[in-house]
Design a protein around this ligand. Structure first.
Ligand code: ZN
Length: 368
C-alpha cells in the first residue's frame, strides 16, 4: 500500500532541502518514495495527516546498554564514578535483566522517537535482538570485550555484529588493538568508552591515583598494566584505536591537545551528558569538540545512570553545552546524520530522503 503522510513542517536533515512547510512523504512498504510539498505528494495514495507538527528523521541512540534496563532508579549517582560503579556491581549481583524490563525500556524510547539503537551487549544477545525486532527498532550490537586477550573469539560473533572494547583501564591493550584491527579490516564500527572518569588520565600518565587504587582493589585493571605516560586520548591514538570508524564514548576529560588528537584522527565522539551528570564525572568539552570539527553523536547510556532512554532529554542537556551559534540543524545532526554515518547505516537512516526507511519523530515544541 502507498501512503501519503502530511505534516505542517518537515526537517529532512538533507542539506539540499532542509525544511519543507506543508510537506508530504510518500511511503510504500516502509520506504520513502518521495519527499516534498504536500501538493506534489498528495493524491498518490491513502492520506494520513499528522497535523500541525514538525517531523524529523527517526532518532538514533548511539550508545546504550539495554542489559541494564532493570536497574532504573536502583543505582545511586551524584557522588563519584567509583561510588556509582560499586552501586552498579551490587545491583547487578542482586538481579538480572528480564525481557519485560528491556521491552519496556525500548518501547519508551520508541515512543519518544528513537528508531535505532547502538547497543553494547555482554551476554543477552538473543534477548536484545528479539526485543528490538518486536518493537520495530533497528539495532547495531557491539559485543563488548574487557579483560584478557584470550577472551577474543571473533568467529563466535553472529553476523552483522561488531566487537567493541569496554575501556583501556579494563581491557588488555593487545586485545584492544587486535579487536580494532579486526573491525578495521572488515570496515566495521568500533566502540570504546574513553576519558569518562576523572582519574583516567592520571592512571595512564602515572599509574597512580584514587581511580588506579579503585581498579586494583577490584581486580579490574588488566594484569601487567604499565602506565604509558600519556593521556587517555593520546594512548588510544598510539594504540591505533582512533579513526573515522571509531565511536569514542563520553570523552569528558579531554584537554585542548586531546581534542586536537581526536579531531585529527577522524573519530566520532558519542556524548552522554545526562549520564555524566548523574554519575558526577563532569561535562564533556562540547564547544571545543564542535570548534575542532569533531563529528558528534549522542547516546543515553543505560537506565543505571539515566532515568529514561529519551533522546530529546539528552538533546536538551547537550544543547546547554553547545556553542551559542549552534542551530537546530546542528543539534539534530547528533541524533540523525552523524550516528547514521558512524554506524554505517546512512543508506537507511539519518535523513528523510528517497529510498530510506520511512521513520520519523515529532519535534517537541520547546525544541523548535
Ligand atoms: Zn556505556
Amino acid at each position: 500500500m502507498t501512503e501519503a503522510i502530511r505534516a505542517a513542517r518537515i526537517l529532512t536533515m538533507n542539506p539540499q532541502c532542509p525544511e519543507i512547510r506543508d510537506g508530504g512523504i510518500l511511503v510504500r512498504e516502509g520506504r520513502i518514495l518521495a519527499v516534498g510539498g504536500w501538493r506534489e505528494v498528495a493524491g498518490n495514495g491513502a492520506c494520513r495527516d499528522l497535523g500541525p507538527v514538525t517531523i524529523v528523521p527517526g532518532l538514533i541512540n548511539a550508545h546504550v546498554h539495554l542489559e541494564l534496563s532493570h536497574l532504573a532508579g536502583r543505582v545511586p549517582g551524584g557522588r563519584s564514578f567509583e561510588a556509582w560503579a560499586d552501586g552498579l556491581f551490587a545491583a547487578m549481583r542482586e538481579s538480572r535483566v528480564t525481557e519485560a524490563a528491556m521491552a519496556r525500556a525500548v518501547a519508551e524510547a520508541r515512543a519518544s522517537g528513537t528508531c535505532y539503537m547502538a547497543d553494547v551487549v555482554g551476554r543477552e544477545f538473543d534477548m536484545v535482538r528479539r526485543v528490538l525486532e518486536s518493537q520495530g527498532v533497528g539495532g547495531f550490537l557491539f559485543n563488548e570485550f574487557s579483560g584478557r586477550a584470550r577472551e577474543f573469539c571473533p568467529r563466535s560473533l553472529p553476523r552483522d555484529w561488531s566487537p567493541g572494547v569496554h575501556a583501556l583501564y579494563s581491557t588488555d591493550h593487545t586485545l584492544a588493538r587486535s579487536i580494532k584491527e579486526w573491525c578495521a579490516s572488515r570496515c566495521l564500527p568500533f566502540s570504546l568508552h574513553l576519558a569518562e572518569v576523572p582519574g583516567e588520565n592520571e592512571l595512564f600518565q602515572s599509574g597512580g591515583g584514587e581511580f588506579a587504587d579503585f581498579l586494583r582493589t577490584r581486580r579490574i585493571l588488566p594484569k601487567g598494566f604499565a602506565a604509558p605516560g600519556l593521556s587517555a586520548a593520546r594512548f588510544a591514538r598510539e594504540l591505533g584505536l582512533l579513526d573515522e570508524r571509531t565511536l569514542a564514548v563520553h570523552c569528558v576529560h579531554l584537554d585542548e591537545n586531546d581534542v586536537e588528537i581526536v579531531a585529527a584522527s577522524g573519530a566520532r565522539v558519542c556524548l552522554c551528558p545526562r549520564s555524566n551528570r548523574q554519575i558526577g564525572v563532569g561535562d564533556a568539552p562540547v564547544a571545543a569538540l564542535c570548534a575542532a570539527g569533531v563529528p558528534l553523536c549522542l547516546g543515553t547510556d543505560s537506565l543505571a545512570s539515566v532515568p529514561s532512554l529519551d533522546l530529546w532529554q539528552e538533546l536538551r542537556a547537550v544543547r546547554a553545552l553547545m556553542p551559542s551559534t549552534a542551530s537546530l540543524f546542528d543539534l539534530l545532526e547528533l541524533v540523525t546524520r552523524n550516528p547514521a554515518r558512524a554506524l554505517g547505516i546512512d543508506a537507511d537512516y539519518g535523513s528523510l530522503a528517497v529510498g530510506k526507511r520511512a521513520v520519523w519523530a515529532v519535534l517537541p515544541d520547546d525544541m523548535q
